[in-house]
Design a protein around this ligand. Sequence first.
Ligand code: NAD
Ligand code: UFG
Length: 337
Amino acid sequence: MKYLLTGGAGYIGSHTAVEMINAGHEIVIVDNLSNSDEIVIDRIEEITGKRLVFYPFDVANKEQLTEVFAQNQIEGVIHFAGLKAVGESVQIPIEYYRNNLDTTLTLLEVMREYSVNKFVFSSSATVYGEENKPPYLETMKKGSCSNPYGWTKSMIEQILTDAANADPELSVVLLRYFNPIGAHESGLIGEDPQGIPNNLMPFVSQVAVGKLPELTVFGDDYDTPDGTCRRDYIHVVDLAVGHVKAIEYASKNKGTEIFNLGTGVPYSVLEIVNTFRDVNNIPVPFKIGDRREGDLQDSWADATKAREILGWEATLTLEDMCRDSWNWQSKNPTGYR
Ligand code: NAD
Ligand code: UFG
């Protein structure tokens, strides 16, 4: 019995692959490498000492996906594959809806054909929208998203919920991630954005390594203690362990369940920059710029439900996150390529 990780060569998928293998599970990865590199598969094997099955296929290609299910006895699926750049999704919304929805629908169809009924999905805190105020609780009514990427997550949550309502055998776990940062302690796998990073931590790391001249902090006039936005940053290895708990939960329960995966503790942009500088003893030049359109002032989880039901909670600290991000960046200054 194996678990299929779609998008398993990506940032979160590769860390989850390691933790799934560490927990004794066999895995299969399907990833079209649109935002990753085949080297990641070698790195996962190097960390775990196990060989794994990899298909460089598009998850939306039904013929290819069927081949994967025909060749492997798949027990359940963790679905990471998707396009994820917020700004790009505003430029090319059709590609985002096509890729993110099609991959999910194709998976559901092929899973049904092969009677595979455990589905864990990579959702996002973005579905809480601006209508809700943190700490976000899973019971809150979803809000409106400020971009097409966010809407794909909200729509896919609905599709999966409807599929589970219609099929009493199906078990769906919707994981709403907060802000994953950090990397595996080996420095062999990490986040490798293409082009200029949109997200804070890869930008900070690339400034520290000298690839970018300085960070722009997007606004210091928010109603927060230091004026900069606050987020719930979570170490990607903690997040990965959350997936192991989630797929094990899906094996024992039916229906749809939602879990926030966050620490429940917010940090500001300046706290991230200063902690990164202090922990790694390296300067991070920055300037204060305008607010970024679409940014929420605050976002953090109520992390109680995952602790009580999954028996999972984040254990790694902000210092760990900053140290491991830098360890990855300094060992791989140009990423995987
Ligand atoms: P990533 O881009 O590193 O990983 C996604 C992987 O999916 C990539 O390796 C890419 O090549 C692959 N992929 C994309 N479309 C595919 C397709 N049609 N067929 C096969 N493979 C395909 O992103 P990540 O940060 O690891 O995110 C994983 C998931 O978590 C995504 O669904 C993302 O939207 C979601 N998520 C990420 C964050 C975050 O901050 N990183 C936050 C919330 C949710
Ligand atoms: N920031 C800067 N300068 C930068 C980059 C970011 O000041 O160069 C700030 C942002 O303004 C924000 C914070 O750092 O206050 C975090 O920004 P990120 O882009 O790293 O993360 P977001 O919270 O904006 O976005 C994340 C995910 C999205 C998801 C969103 C909502 O990247 O996929 O959370 O859940 F949609």
